[in-house]
Design a protein around this ligand. Structure first.
Ligand code: PEP
Ligand code: MN
Length: 349
């Protein structure tokens, strides 16, 4: 619930309103909306408290927004920006996360890391705990995978991101990686969302293929309500009747999410479309619609990949797509972050 105060609300009235809210056992966060002070209460409003608040002269409006508040533009009109190592996530940059679906071996991880860094990627990905449809498919290397990812990230100078599959892995994963990824299948694992919300690491939240935009934002709200405001929303395709592609990239989710929420919005074209030849056009579409970042699967030898080889770009293909994306970003005066490293890698080539 959001309680918007009148412009001329006195300090005494503010204190009285605060007391009314606190007497109902509710905690308050203070924010500003359209130049007005507003109190946010992180619980669904009861009729009783709404009645009590309406009696205060200092209250202009009570907005019943029970499902999500912290992640909305009402709460923070300005876009959220934060740093991950030397990478700035936010409205003025374009962040490209690249790497294999799964961490498979030291050589595979290092070759990919050096290749994507050279092509100008911002961050390195690689799954160590894999959510696989079949229990007989490769499930990831676990902690060994985390070690290999961290090592490769260090050697090529890129921050890393990997998925937290279960609450009991959260501390371990947070020890090794810079960003915690919540996979599409776990988007509504509310317990897991709360756990990563308590960690001191940014979280990239994938949209479930079954989730509406409202449900997606409510999932992000769980993380924010647990105290973590460094959240990236990632659209990765939803399930529709269409079978020609793995999922259907909901490209309209990009501008819609950016209007509803102040959080950065990324797009993962690889899991959306499922076929490598369609990844570059979707990556470009994402940049054109205002996505703040991309997540792209890359493998040095996709035919031998232990997961998602069909959708993984080769290193030369990734290099090519990076040039196309940068050309597009130039039109909007955006640079793939961090800009200095790209400049360096270009001047060396
Ligand atoms: C992944 O990024 O490795 C992954 C499993 O993606 P998603 O959760 O979107 O399916
Ligand atoms: Mn994958």
């Amino acid at each position: 619930m959001m309680i918007v105060l009148r412009k001329n609300c006195s300090l005494k009235e503010k204190a009285q309103i605060t007391r009314t809210i606190e007497n109902h056992g509710l905690a308050i966060r203070v924010t500003e909306t359209a130049g007005r002070v507003a109190f946010i209460v992180l619980l669904p409003p009861t009729d009783e408290i709404v009645d009590a608040l309406e009696k205060h002269a200092g209250v202009e409006e009570i907005r019943r927004t029970p499902s999500c508040q912290l992640v909305t533009r009402d709460h923070s009109p300005e876009p959220t920006q934060f740093d991950v190592g030397n990478v700035t996530v936010g409205p003025n940059s374009l962040v490209v996360i690249a790497g294999p679906c799964s961490v498979e071996s030291p050589d595979q991880m290092l070759e990919t890391a050096l290749g994507v860094a050279d092509a100008g990627a911002s961050m390195l990905r690689g799954g160590a705990f894999k959510p696989r449809t079949s229990p007989y498919s490769f499930q990831g290397l676990g902690e060994r995978g985390l070690e290999l990812l961290a090592d490769a990230g260090q050697r090529c100078g890129l921050p890393t991101i990997t998925e937290v599959l279960a609450p009991e892995h959260a501390d371990l994963v947070a020890q090794y990686t810079d960003v915690l990824q919540i996979g599409a299948r776990n988007m509504q694992n509310f317990h897991l969302l709360q756990i990563v919300g308590e960690k001191n690491k940014p979280v990239l939240l994938k949209r479930s293929p079954m989730a509406s935009i409202d449900e997606f934002l409510c999932a992000a709200e769980y993380i924010a309500a647990a105290g973590n405001s460094r959240i990236i929303l990632c659209e990765r395709g939803i399930r529709t009747f269409e079978r020609a592609t793995r999922n259907t990239l909901d490209i309209s989710a990009v501008p819609v999410l950016k209007e509803m929420s102040h959080l950065p919005v990324f797009v993962d074209p690889s899991h959306a479309v499922g076929k490598r030849e369609f990844v570059p056009p979707l990556a470009k579409a994402a940049v054109a619609t205002g996505a703040d970042g991309l997540m792209i699967e890359v493998h040095p030898n996709p035919e031998e990949a232990l997961s998602d080889g069909r959708q993984s770009l080769t290193l030369p293909q990734f290099s090519e797509v990076m040039k196309q994306i940068q050309n597009l970003a130039n039109l909007e005066k955006r640079d793939i972050c961090p800009a200095e490293r790209i400049a360096t890698s270009r001047s060396q080539s």
